[in-house]
Design a protein around this ligand. Structure first.
Ligand code: MEV
Length: 438
């Protein structure tokens, strides 16, 4: 058995590779070759990527694709998407094109509040804590001025600090529930720095507060951290058109299609198993843009799913209606995003993604991302309620199967051509491939 290693992070990249290759793979030469194959020949660029995280040994490629023809608030955009799933970019592009001549997507930011909390234990009288909090509130704000002054110059900063008594949920548990405006920054560092300063002020002021008993003076701060649940950092995106304009194919009437779309959304509203998959389809579009623009997709995922369950049961993030012969399809979703800070100014492809998107502000990026999610959902459920998902899915997956089989370009051409008019299945592809080989 391999022994634990001390000081792995201090080894050079070559040493790390040697260690992993010899201890955890059966063909160490092949491992080294595979890892180095993905190193960038531009050493400066490689170093930049090496330093994003600890213990980097190589780069992990994902395709960067473009979904063109997105008309959003009357601006025509091409959306960069980073994703491994074969059908996602094609589906987004298809939905964008479908809505292009129907007025496109309309999006608006409803709110931009970010949240952070100082969680602490106070063993004493809640009323006394209340009075103490009112007394120190100006100090909480004053002592964080060094951190907030630049953000304030730009129009952001601390919006509110509230004392919350949660001792009915957990003995002696209270929090400072704080709201921030971080403008174009996602704001994680800003918020966390403010919170840690609040925690220091809270603790030190308590020790000096005369009305407190010895025990009350000893406030125990458990942790200070932003919350990825941002139900008041919400964007809405929608499409709408006359039902008669909803011609999706030659076999489904516009009205039947509109009704099926509404029914599919209604099912996702009431049935959590379906809602999770429905929302997963939305996240296909959202995560792909989040990744392309260097934002934190785990934060977005966590916040979005909590939002989908905010009324006590997990439900659809999109909505659909038919009223007065108008079909409307929309999404309301919390997205705490940044267009400055973090990876946004560092990763060359992220910088390029922002250029392609015409240098959006954080609010504009919220709109673009919400539209990508809505488009993806429209594409997924329109396939589901008409042809079924597999037709398009397997067509896109065809190249993956052919690459696994090691097909040549000439073989790919013949096989792709054949499946333009035939149903793709794994076994049908393998059979045709084998027959060509013969
Ligand atoms: C697959 O990645 C996403 C779908 O399952 C979404 C959905 O079912 O709505 C097609």
């Amino acid at each position: 058995m391999t022994k634990p290693i001390e000081g792995f992070s201090k080894l050079s990249k070559e040493e790390k590779i040697h260690w992993i290759a010899t201890n955890y793979t059966d063909n160490s030469q092949e491992t080294v070759t595979t890892l180095k194959q993905y190193w960038n020949t531009n050493e400066q660029l490689q170093k930049l990527h090496d330093e994003f995280i600890e213990n980097t040994i190589s780069n992990y490629y994902l395709p960067l694709g473009i979904a063109p023809n997105f008309l959003i608030n009357d601006e025509l955009l091409a959306i960069p998407m980073v994703i491994e799933e074969s059908s996602v970019v094609a589906a987004a592009s298809k939905a964008a094109k479908f809505w292009l001549n129907k007025g496109g997507f309309k999006a608006e930011v409803l709110s931009t509040e970010k949240i952070g909390q100082v969680h602490f234990i106070f063993k004493g009288e809640p009323e006394k804590l209340d009075t103490f909090f009112k007394f120190i509130k100006p100090k909480l704000i004053g002592e964080s001025k060094e951190i907030t002054k630049n953000m304030e110059k730009r129009g952001g900063g601390i919006s509110s600090i509230e004392l919350r008594n949660l001792s009915h949920k957990l003995d002696h548990y209270y929090q400072l529930h704080c709201v921030f405006e971080t403008l174009d920054a996602m704001g994680a560092n800003f918020i966390n720095s403010c919170l840690e300063q609040f925690a220091k002020t809270l603790k030190s002021e308590a020790t000096k507060y005369a009305p407190f008993t010895k025990e009350e003076k000893n406030i125990e701060v458990v942790m200070s951290i932003l919350s990825n649940y941002v139900p008041n950092c919400v964007v809405k995106a929608e499409v709408s058109c006359l039902v008669d304009d909803l011609k999706i194919n030659d076999t489904t009437s516009p009205l039947e299609f509109a009704q099926k779309m509404v029914q599919a959304v209604n099912i996702a509203k009431v049935e959590p198993h379906r809602a999770v998959t429905h929302n997963k389809g939305i996240m296909n579009g959202i995560d792909a843009v989040i990744l392309a623009t260097g934002n934190d997709f785990r934060a977005i995922e966590a916040g979005v799913h909590a939002y989908a369950a905010k009324d006590g049961s997990y439900t659809s993030l999109t909505h659909a209606s038919i009223e007065n012969n108008i079909f409307k399809f929309w999404i309301e979703i919390p997205l705490a995003l940044g267009t400055v800070g973090g990876l946004t100014g560092l990763h060359p492809l992220v910088k390029l993604a922002f250029k392609i998107l015409q240098k959006p502000s954080a609010k504009e990026l919220m709109q673009i991302v919400a539209v990508a999610g809505l488009a993806q959902n429209f594409a997924a459920i329109s396939s589901l309620v008409t042809t079924g998902i597999q037709e398009g899915h397997m067509k896109m997956h065809l190249l993956n199967i052919l690459n696994q089989l090691g097909a040549t370009d000439a073989e790919k051409k013949v096989i792709v051509n054949h499946f333009k008019t035939n149903v793709v299945s794994h076994s049908a592809v393998v059979d045709l491939f084998n027959s060509l080989k013969k």
